[in-house]
Write a protein that binds this ligand. Structure first.
Ligand SMILES: Cc1cc2nc3c(=O)[nH]c(=O)nc-3n(C[C@H](O)[C@H](O)[C@H](O)COP(=O)(O)OP(=O)(O)OC[C@H]3O[C@@H](n4cnc5c(N)ncnc54)[C@H](O)[C@@H]3O)c2cc1C
Length: 409
């Protein structure tokens, strides 16, 4: 079966590539291994789909293991704002966006709106979408000076295309389609892969006594991440969530790559006037240390700080010196956790690593190794922080690939 363009993966980048190519008149086939197209998209932004962000630009908040991603993204985004390009593309599908402090969502606040609009447009353009169709191998067989890509599925079907777009995403969240297939397919076509690792995920703390006390606690804090030499990696304020084994929440997700050595939480960040220890002791001499600290933070956090500082649950304010009391408040300002690793791909929103950026033309997403091959979205060695950065990357790289491939037929 012959097509102009075969797209592997029906996620954000695969859909935008297929639609852009079909709008150029190309005959497009999309192969998706899951039963449902757009499975991950439905889950984005807690079901609201945070599709872009007005604060993003090529220079901000993107990581890549090979080199600074900003040149690559500068070329991909071009002279127009990235969020405006996403807005314009989605508008062509009938999806209008609302702005919540720079975070852009569909006006319906439903991720399904985005998926259904992509599906409707793909159908209108006669894009063929085969779901439940896992691609197991790809190879290039040139006919004269024209490359032909032969794509084989698990069922043994073979499809041929003059252009191939690998939009298989990364390894994050396998239950939503994440897999390492894309890396294997790209490698089979001669590409190099920067080792994939989980990103935008919880961080696991090294054993800390009493940590289990904190499971389920959510606290506002200013979090600061440091590398093993004590250098500052990132500082951000927001809600930190405590799990049975580590730290989670958007603030922590944004610090999860590269994995910091240590994170320090200032739990008193939002408190404008700090108490005087002498008057605290006088006023609350009949209370426990835990009860006293609970006036400033969640009770489990106050218990954790008191117990980790070597006091009993029942230790009273009158039993400690002013300096010891001050020490507890100091700990609350710098509650430090040593980290052992990032959580697994099961709990990661994106993948760090992927196909090296130097092997792909940033304006078209065309492989520098194989003409007619395009690589898009999370499969590439670039990812951004939470807030619409990754969907923007997926949409814009998909559009660039679809337009270039479709324009070349
Ligand atoms: C829970 C969650 C919430 C998120 N929320 C946001 C958010 O609000 N905003 C944001 O910007 N980003 C968000 N992200 C990240 C964002 O969803 C991804 O970065 C983006 O979807 C990547 O798009 P993609 O097209 O490259 O890959 P994907 O969307 O992962 O699509 C790849 C597709 O390829 C298919 N595939 C893989 N291998 C094969 C194969 N061998 N054969 C056929 N098909 C294959 C997969 O099944 C999948 O459907 C979130 C991620 C998760 C997990």
């Amino acid at each position: 079966m012959n097509y102009d363009i075969i797209v592997v993966g029906a996620g954000a980048s695969g859909f935008s590539a297929a639609i852009s190519a079909a709008r150029c008149g190309a005959r497009v086939l999309v192969l998706e291994k899951l039963k449902k197209a757009g499975t991950k998209l439905y889950a984005t932004g807690n079901g609201n789909a945070n599709v872009s962000n007005t604060h993003m630009d090529a220079a901000s908040c993107f990581d890549s293991c090979e080199k600074d991603a900003s040149d690559f993204l500068g070329e991909l985004f071009g002279s127009k704002r990235a969020d405006e390009q996403v807005r314009a593309f989605l508008a062509t599908l009938g999806v209008s966006l609302v702005d919540r402090n720079g975070y852009l969502y569909p006006a319906s606040r439903q991720a399904s709106t985005v998926v259904w609009s992509l599906l409707d447009e793909a159908r209108r353009l006669s894009v063929e979408i085969k779901t439940g169709c896992s691609v197991t191998s790809v190879r290039r067989e040139d006919e004269g000076d024209r490359p032909i890509y032969k794509v084989e599925t698990e069922a043994g079907d073979i499809y041929c295309g003059t252009h191939l777009i690998l939009a298989c995403g990364g390894a994050a969240t396998p239950k939503l389609g994440g897999s390492k297939d894309g890396y294997l397919l790209a490698r089979a076509l001669g590409h190099s892969i920067c080792e994939p690792s989980p990103a935008l995920c919880p961080l696991i703390v090294k054993d800390k006594e009493y940590f289990s006390l904190l499971k389920g606690v959510r606290a506002r804090a200013k979090a600061t991440a440091y590398d093993r030499d004590g250098n500052l990696l990132r500082c951000e304020e927001g809600e930190v969530q405590f799990t049975d084994s580590g730290l989670s929440g958007i603030v922590i997700f944004n610090m999860s790559y590269p994995v910091p050595n240590r994170i320090s939480l200032d739990l008193l960040h939002g408190i404008s006037v700090m108490p005087d220890m002498v008057s605290l002791r006088e006023q609350f001499s009949g209370r426990t240390l835990i009860a006293l600290l609970n006036g400033y933070m969640n009770d489990k956090l106050s218990e954790f700080i008191v117990r980790n500082s070597g006091y009993e649950r029942s230790t009273g304010v009158s039993e400690v010196e002013d300096s010891e009391l001050a020490g507890l408040f100091e700990t609350a300002r710098h509650l430090t956790f040593d980290l052992s690793k990032a959580d697994s791909f099961d709990h990661a929103q994106v993948t760090a690593g992927g196909v090296l950026l130097s092997e792909v033309d940033a304006s078209t997403m065309e492989s520098r190794i194989n003409p007619g091959l395009y690589i898009t979205g999370e499969l590439l060695d670039v990812h951004g922080i939470c807030g619409g950065y990754n969907l923007t990357l997926a949409f814009l790289s998909g559009i660039a690939a679809g337009c270039a491939a479709g324009g070349g037929i």
